[in-house]
Design a protein around this ligand. Sequence first.
Ligand code: SF4
Length: 273
Amino acid sequence: MRSPRVLSIETYVKCNATCEFCPYPTSDRIGQKLDTGIIHKIIDDIASSDVHPEFFIPSRINEPMFDHRMYAIFEYVATKLPRTPIGHFTNGTTLSKGHIERLCSTPNLGFINVSLNSHDPAEHQRLMGLSFELVIKNLKALHHVYEARNFKFPVNLTRVGDGTTRDTDFLRWCRSVFPLFHPTCRPRFDWLGKTHSMDVGRAPPGCTQWFALNFLANGREALCCIDDDGRFGTGDAHHQNALDVYNHPIRLALREKKLRSLHPACAACDASI
Ligand code: SF4
């Protein structure tokens, strides 16, 4: 209850995608980079707890490998949080042969999540503004290495769904082309009013995000993974202990009572995360 299940740090706000369902393209935080000393301080603060996170995730609205410090950060996590695996989120364009080799050799790699979003080149281009051919080429290379070396860490291929038959077509296509990977489709949410969501009915009363601690590249805490600019966060890693940020009375009350009504952002949120 008093230590985060997931620690997420956005180290450098840089991405090459222009996803229509993400606030990155219009963010005024593009280019922000978190000082290495603050990244270490956050990890140190969390490491001082007896209970270590289930995952460390170095991403929010960024493509992690654009930060050249990333492997050094993974090593720092391995030293300070030896029981915490890395969750690597990517749009797939940075999965070059060199990165596949290095990433798959990272001892504390927990999973790779590729935000693929579509198996249709035209839809992929429209949704993300990236080269579908490059992503598929990289995924095939990853699948080949994964099979040849009998890796066991999960590789997820995710889609932000639109509620049409394209969602199930995507799942079917992924299973046939990349049988060792795990396709999933999630409903889109509106990033607290910044994009548009789809109607998936009533959101559940609780939220897994109450058990995650998220820091932005400016050092501020974000309430959750969809609080992209931290307007609902209360803490700042520059002058607060990360565990104290996680245990802010309102955040603690959300976890203990599991009521969205306790926080104005959660009360208005329709995300099922
Ligand atoms: S309920 Fe919505 S606003 Fe609240 S933490 Fe969860 S995702 Fe964020």
